[in-house]
Design a protein around this ligand. Structure first.
Ligand code: ARG
Length: 449
């Protein structure tokens, strides 16, 4: 029986088509749904819309359901449309009449909005921690191999000396920008849509400040119409943040595939982290990095999918929005998995220390040679010409020392400053305040037990 059914059964085909993957997707939202209901019912009681005698069993039972979710025991029944219906059904089944009162002053439309925002802020936090791990490892590798040189390319042609310190450090710094965008997405998520009801507010005197505070949101989505419009926009912003991370990972993966190639041979991994061929006995393939590159390239299309799904929707709730869940939720898991696989692989990387000793890299030192002549007093253009002619005549015998001292160069990576930048962004999230709010909701319900 659906929440909205008054009599008669729904058509089975319509039911299965419209519910689609929602039962699976809504399991992701279950924890958030219970937290939302804890806050909503306390607010109803405070506003005099729910008696204390009803609030107590509701809070107590919501706390039990919360534990069932944490223990993996929560299911959305076959005949039940979504998580919101399941929680209400459970409450009514277990505590009777009081369960039927929790939905005053809200709609599943704002309920799913609040669930999504609570869920997404939690996922963003997890992503942030995953990124911090990769960031820390990249910085560590950058420091460890700071003086190991490797070729730098332009136009995919050997260009100038680079280093493993620069290579690893570059990806660490890329993550600082990705983190900025993740923080922006977090800020967008962490606002309270509850109280917008079906999208036009309610005639009950709801205390939206109270639910905002109880749920640890930074502020509310004030305008009830905007609160509903925020669905799709929020997902797009989160998917853009995911796409940034994916772009960094995809390039890192691409580099690894290239540098593992025998013609480069800059890096290697233990055999067990590579994969073999069914026909060629010698193969040690970089499948992990290839699959990561592929997955991350798909993720980069995610903002487009969200955009297309939500383009030109009329104002107010539209059921199309439900499909955002199945586009976005698995993608978050994919990015998290890729972040942890990147750490898993890089913890085992070996870098070749003597790459630039090979003669094929002689010309990589051409600019170093020109610069040395300039430091000795020769005008740049003349030195450039002289070295160019030496190269053409086969008279170029470079000194293989590299002295770069300016900020961000081989000899002065500024990893500490990059770390400070990352730290500053991460501290902007303020996860502690959100944890305290969520813990307080649970403690309140515990107190009632
Ligand atoms: N499963 C629905 C969704 O994700 C929940 C909201 C349903 N609202 C409605 N008016 N049918 O959008």
């Amino acid at each position: 029986m659906k929440l909205w059914q008054k009599n008669g059964d729904a058509d089975a085909a319509v039911d299965s088509f419209t519910v689609g993957m929602d039962r699976e997707m809504d399991l992701f939202l279950a924890r958030a749904d219970v937290l939302g209901s804890m806050a909503h019912t306390r607010m109803l009681a405070k506003a005099g819309l729910l008696g204390e005698e009803d609030l107590r069993p509701i809070q107590k039972e919501l706390r039990t359901i919360y534990d069932e979710i944490a223990d993996g025991k929560f299911r959305i029944g076959d005949g039940v449309e979504d998580v919101h219906s399941q929680v209400e059904h459970l409450l009514t089944e277990r505590i009777g009449e009081a369960g039927k009162k929790i939905h005053s002053g809200r709609s599943r439309n704002d309920q799913v909005l609040v669930d999504l925002r609570l869920f997404l802020r939690g996922e963003i936090e997890a992503l942030c921690h995953d990124m911090e791990k990769l960031f820390g490892l990249l910085q560590e590798l950058s420091e460890k191999y700071r003086s190991v040189l490797m070729p730098g390319y332009t136009h995919m042609q050997v260009a100038m000396p680079s280093s493993f310190g620069l290579w690893f450090g570059a990806y660490a710094e890329a993550l600082t920008d990705d983190m900025q965008m993740l923080l922006a997405a977090y800020r967008v998520c962490n606002r309270n849509p509850l109280g917008s009801a079906a999208g036009y507010g309610s005639s009950f005197p709801l205390d939206r400040e109270m639910t905002t505070r109880l749920l640890g949101f930074d502020s509310m989505c004030y305008n009830v119409v905007y609160a509903q419009m925020g669905r799709g926009k929020t997902e797009r912003i989160v998917s853009q943040a995911l796409a940034n991370i994916a772009s960094t990972l995809s390039r890192l993966a691409g580099d690894n595939v290239l540098y593992l190639n025998q013609n480069f041979g800059f890096i290697s991994y233990p055999a067990e982290l590579t994969t073999g061929s069914s026909i060629m006995p010698h193969k040690k393939n970089p499948d992990v990095w290839e699959v990561m590159r592929g997955k991350c390239n798909i993720i980069q299309g995610l903002p487009n999918q969200v955009t297309l799904l939500t383009s030109n929707l009329p104002l107010g709730y539209n059921r199309d929005l439900q499909l955002l869940k199945e586009v976005l939720f698995p993608a978050i898991g994919t990015v998290r998995e890729c972040l942890s696989m990147a750490v898993y692989m890089l913890e085992n990387i070996t870098v070749r220390e003597d790459i630039l000793h090979e003669n094929m890299y002689d010309y990589i030192f051409s600019v170093e040679t020109v610069n040395r002549m300039v430091l000795d007093g020769m005008p740049f253009r003349e030195a450039y010409r002289k070295v160019g002619l030496d190269i053409e005549n086969g008279d170029f015998n470079p000194e293989r020392t590299v002295v770069h001292t300016h900020e961000g160069s081989i000899g002065n990576l500024c990893n500490d400053r990059v770390a400070a930048l990352m730290q500053q962004t991460v501290s902007g999230f303020g996860f502690d305040r959100v944890h305290r709010a969520e813990e307080a909701l649970l403690e309140y319900a515990d107190g009632i037990r």
